[in-house]
Design a protein around this ligand. Structure first.
Ligand code: NAD
Length: 364
């Protein structure tokens, strides 16, 4: 069997972490008799440098033909990189928004999982994180405030800026269905997060999610206001299984949930459309401050590749094998610098990006 994977290394630490993820994929492929054919796709700052635009039509065409796409990260330091002197539609992040739109990736799934071995890195007190937590945030990705009409005009001598938050019921229904389907494979609990006490878009959100829930009687549904959810995530994260929410709320809550795990370098993510193909990427950015220094933690990207096996290629056992190899490396005491405790290092051994990839690949 073989799969065609589009690979977008991107900028900053992107090429380093993607290299380690494909190393682990290849080792997994050997074990399970599967070949992964990679084709590199230019996106982000590196595409601007070469072509003057962050994502070419050719790159989009290539990505659309693949069984799945693995992305490192794009972007540079906003204060020093010349990419940020360009108009917004030509900056690296415009490439990311464009590929999401072109591939019709309407949902982003971000797990927040507390590894037992990294409990010390969790900023929550032990009595709060308790037995740990294992939740996913399903964030709507192509609608809402980030894609609505916007303008800045002058009214009676004052600058006035407007952004518009629009959702139609189909956009809500399709992410709700995906979220209930994911919940069926987990602990069968969906918490839909909105601001229905204020926003019309949230009231429609709630009504449509209630309709979808009727088709999933085995999954329990509750609704929560976004401000309460922000509190509950740091008060009792263990209560959540699947959090379903719109674009901007999801953007903010998923960063908060990430922080509860203690390291952004550990968090994978996947974005889906209606087909089996998906875009898999770590939750973090291109970390220009550590790029090229062999300091990046490749685990988030490796776990994203593992999600690719599970959700796009139906290789659940191989995916579990990668997750277990990661756990084993942590159990054996290896840490990249971002997950190394400041005090009480004990027997822990600090390794670079490349060695972390080798150690995980060895345990497949
Ligand atoms: P960032 O996530 O790149 O970095 C935040 C901090 O976390 C930095 O100190 C960095 O060194 C550290 N960090 C991040 N990933 C790490 C890893 N794997 N291992 C060890 N440490 C890690 O966020 P930022 O600094 O706000 O953004 C940098 C650039 O990345 C910007 O251009 C931003 O637009 C872009 N960005 C891209 C994506 C994406 O490609 N999907 C997502 C977020 C940000």
């Amino acid at each position: 069997m073989e799969f065609n994977v589009g690979v977008i290394p991107g900028d900053g630490i992107g090429p380093e972490i993607v290299r380690e993820a494909t190393k682990v994929l290849d080792k997994t492929g050997e074990k399970y008799n599967v070949r992964f054919n990679y084709e590199q796709i230019l996106m982000g700052g590196c595409s601007i440098d070469k072509l003057g635009i962050p994502l070419s039509d050719e790159a989009i065409k290539t990505a659309k033909k693949k069984d799945a796409v693995l992305l490192g990260a794009i972007g540079g330091d906003a204060n020093t990189s010349p990419w940020y002197k360009l108009e917004p539609s030509l900056r690296p992040e415009a490439g990311l928004l464009k590929i999401r739109k072109e591939l019709n990736l309407f949902v982003n799934m971000r797990p927040a999982y507390l590894f037992d071995e990294l409990k010390d890195a969790c900023p929550l007190r032990e009595n709060v994180c308790g037995e740990g937590f294992d939740l996913v945030i399903m964030r709507e990705l192509t609608g809402g405030l980030y894609f609505g009409e916007r303008k800045t005009v002058e009214v009676e001598g004052k600058r006035v800026a407007t952004d518009t938050l629009t959702y139609n019921e189909d956009e809500i229904r399709r992410i709700a269905i995906k979220s209930f389907e994911i919940a069926q494979k987990r602990r069968k609990k969906v918490t839909s997060v909105d601001k229905a006490n204020v926003l019309d878009s949230s009231r429609l959100w709630r009504a449509v999610v209630d309709e979808v829930a009727e088709d999933f009687p085995d999954v329990s549904l509750s609704h929560m206001l976004v401000d309460n959810c922000a509190m509950q995530l740091v008060r009792d994260p263990g209560q959540f299984d699947v959090i379903l929410t719109e674009n901007m709320f999801g953007d903010i809550l998923s960063d908060e949930a990430s922080m509860c795990t203690g390291s952004i370098g550990m968090l994978s993510s996947a974005s889906f459309n209606d087909s089996k193909a998906g875009l898999y990427e770590p939750s973090h950015g291109s970390a220009p401050d550590i790029a090229g220094k062999d300091m990046a933690n490749p685990i988030a990207t490796i776990l994203s590749a593992s999600m690719m096996l599970k959700y796009s290629f139906d290789m659940e056992e191989a995916s579990n094998n990668i997750d277990e190899a990661v756990r084993q490396v942590l159990r054996d005491g290896y840490r990249t610098v971002d997950i190394m405790p400041h005090e009480g290092k004990g027997e822990l051994k600090q390794v670079g990006c490349r060695q972390m990839g080798d150690l995980i690949a060895e345990r497949i």
